[in-house]
Design a protein around this ligand. Sequence first.
Ligand SMILES: [Zn+2]
Ligand SMILES: [Zn+2]
Length: 294
Amino acid sequence: MGQVQPLPTKSKLAIGNVIGFIVIHLVALTAIFLPEYTFSWSAVGVMLLLVWMTGSLGICLGFHRYLTHRSFDLPKWLANFFVLMGTLSMQASPITWVGQHRMHHANSDTDKDPYNASKGLWWSHLGWSFYKTHDFDDKRKLLEYTKDFSDDKFYQFLSNNMIPVQAMLGVVLYLLGGIPWVVWGIFVRLAVVYQQTMSVNSAAHKWGYKNFETDDRATNCWWVGLIAWGEGWHNNHHAFPKSARHGLRPWEFDSTWMVIRGLKALGLATNLQIAVMEPDGSGRYFSGKVTKAA
Ligand SMILES: [Zn+2]
Ligand SMILES: [Zn+2]
């Protein structure tokens, strides 16, 4: 008889997360309903630039491919910049985000997975973040999962000052462009990046195809691949989690990989781990420099 695993301890409502989510979306909606006070084309441009900087560079490149999976090395100053960008997405501190994501990979789609897609689309998309569960939010456990960087002073600073850092960006945006830049650059931008990231945990564990047989629900979902900066090629990612490149077939466009490849060309990203697909459909890690073959 197999060993019976205990279920995660009881969850309780994370009231701060719920209120924060509602406030951010209510303020973001003023961009639609009160355009006379909150709209300008420059504000939309700032929002789009910051969506890319905090979503692709911050979450996908910084938090996910660099910090969680160590798919490549970066000079410390550049790593700090990307992790700062990720922190500005207000999804979680670097330590919590990475710790929970490592739990996700260790036990994908089970009760030990914070975003457990087996509990349905709503749960894996957003519902999970509205609850605190001892197994996923225990500080000691998160530190255990992030031993390789949790003693880093700058990451500790970001982890303890997520809201002040966001507020500083808000002040800068206000001084440069007034209320419209704050509404679009902070609130609309946060709402957009939330949806991009959350779609990876929900849609890319439900709809799409698989290139590789994995023992989880992760799929390659083309529209998540497009809106979430290449992270929607999620079956590839679960099969080869250390790969800096997620899109492996010619049509699997992976814009975050384009940036990493550019950093490699500049000599800034080194020791890249890259997966490749063979003509017969099998995959493997390609060790070495980024060449045509990769
Ligand atoms: Zn996943
Ligand atoms: Zn991952």
